[in-house]
Design a protein around this ligand. Structure first.
Ligand code: ASP
Ligand code: MG
Length: 422
């Protein structure tokens, strides 16, 4: 017997029929002899609808009241799932954020989970009752409803799993696992059996949007074993206990188990960045601080940075990327500081994409970056910027070449599935 937390996303909860399918999956998990808690999202599209209501009611909305409104989507689905489980003959009850309570800290609309006292929950689960918990919501110090930021119910599920010391947190979604790359781009993309927390963090933050990044960070910190799997399955599909999805686990667990792992685990692409270049910046101490200080103060996240020192000229070009949505703001801010920074021209390009190869295997292998550069060069794809971490190499290229680059790299690192259709 194990203790399992199951989480179902918005597409899995969209409507009575789908909730009934979810209820059958939950019932089956309990019938396998496990103690079960379920964390649910609002129905797909519902949170957007609620956000719009709040905006229409008052464009300068009070975040505390915004949270009251947007948290309601999950209240509906948790009650509906409990009702549906009861209709199947299961013992089930809902536990709203304030009832557990899910204690949060930080600002409304982007609160962070601090603590979930789990004694009552554990006792209820042990008595054979299925606990149904709305994701995304919590309770502040002063007993107001809070929400965790969009996509936050993944984080709720991992936090509940940590609190009840679950053996596994199964995150059911509309894809059946984590893939080597986006299967819509590469038909031969393979589903991964395992991926490490670190790899998943890199893949999530560079654009493979399966889980909220924060939930992966929390799972890593708390050592929660997470499986990503599909809820769109038939009643006779292999059970979750047979691990049909992708397990997200520690480095140590992967090293011990998956002998056939490739050097590179996955390839991600991200079209959400824009490139800015400042030409002829004076090459002296403080120049770069003058550029990035104001951007940081405006909470603009700079990602890739290149600066080349031209010793003989006493000046240098500085290129970096910012989120595309912050491009206009960044340019306005830099223009206003032109004389202070002392650059000559300000050039920007929003038509770029960041391609990243990710894999813990590269910690112990040389030549990963060289393979990437050579493969792209062979297809005449120009690299505009490069950044690396211990387990990732990213390059910035022309957006139009995204698909080609991903395909070429997928093949170059031997990731193409042998048996899939070409
Ligand atoms: N319903 C919330 C959202 O759409 C939370 C979630 O689904 O994870 O952002
Ligand atoms: Mg989600």
């Amino acid at each position: 017997m194990a203790r399992i937390v199951m989480k179902f996303g918005g597409t899995s909860m969209a409507g009575t029929e789908r909730i009934r399918r979810v209820a059958r999956i939950v019932q089956r998990q309990q019938a396998a002899g496990h103690e079960v808690a379920v964390v649910v999202s609002a129905m797909a599209g519902e949170t957007d609808r609620l956000v719009n209501f709040a905006r229409e009611a008052n464009p300068l909305y009070d975040p505390a009241e915004y949270d009251v409104v947007v948290a309601s989507g999950e209240q509906v689905t948790s009650g509906l799932l409990a009702l549906t489980l009861q209709a199947l003959g299961c013992k089930a009850r809902s536990w709203l954020g304030w009832q557990l309570p899910v204690r949060t800290v930080g600002a409304h609309a982007k609160a962070r989970i601090d603590d979930i006292p789990a004694e009552a929950l554990i006792a209820s689960m042990a008595s054979g009752e299925i606990a149904v918990i709305p994701g995304f919501q919590g309770l502040s110090d002063d007993n107001r409803v809070t929400t965790l930021g969009r996509g936050g119910s993944d984080t709720s599920a991992v936090a509940v799993a940590a609190a009840v010391k679950a053996d596994r947190c199964d995150i059911y979604t509309d894809v059946d696992g984590v893939y080597t790359t986006d299967p819509r781009i590469v038909a031969k993309a393979r589903k991964l059996k395992t991926v490490t927390y670190e790899e998943m963090l890199e893949l999530a933050s560079v654009g493979a949007k399966v889980l909220q990044t924060r939930s992966v960070g929390l799972a890593m910190k708390e050592g929660v074993r997470v499986q990503v799997l599909s809820s769109f399955i038939d009643d006779d599909a292999p059970p979750a206990d047979s691990i049909p999805g992708t397990m997200i686990v520690s480095d140590a667990e992967v090293e011990g188990q998956d002998m056939e792992r490739q050097l590179i685990t996955g390839i991600a692409h991200d079209k959400n960045e824009a490139k800015i270049t400042l030409t002829r910046v004076p090459d002296k101490p403080g120049s770069v601080a003058h550029i990035f200080g104001p951007l940081a103060a405006a909470s603009i996240n700079v990602d890739m940075i290149i600066q080349n020192v031209a010793k003989d000229k006493g000046e240098t070009d500085v290129t970096f990327t910012v989120p595309r949505t912050d491009l206009a703001r960044s340019l306005a801010m830099l223009e206003a500081k032109q004389s202070e920074i002392g650059f000559y021209r300000l050039i920007s390009d929003a038509h770029v994409a960041k391609i990243s190869v990710v894999g813990v295997g590269m910690k112990s292998h040389a030549g990963v970056a060289a393979t990437m550069f050579k493969s792209l060069a062979d297809r005449a794809i120009n690299i505009q910027a490069i950044s690396t971490s211990e387990i990732k190499v990213s390059v910035l290229i022309d957006e139009d070449e995204t698909e080609l680059a991903v395909r070429v790299l997928h093949t170059a690192y031997g990731l193409d599935a042998v048996d899939a259709a070409a």
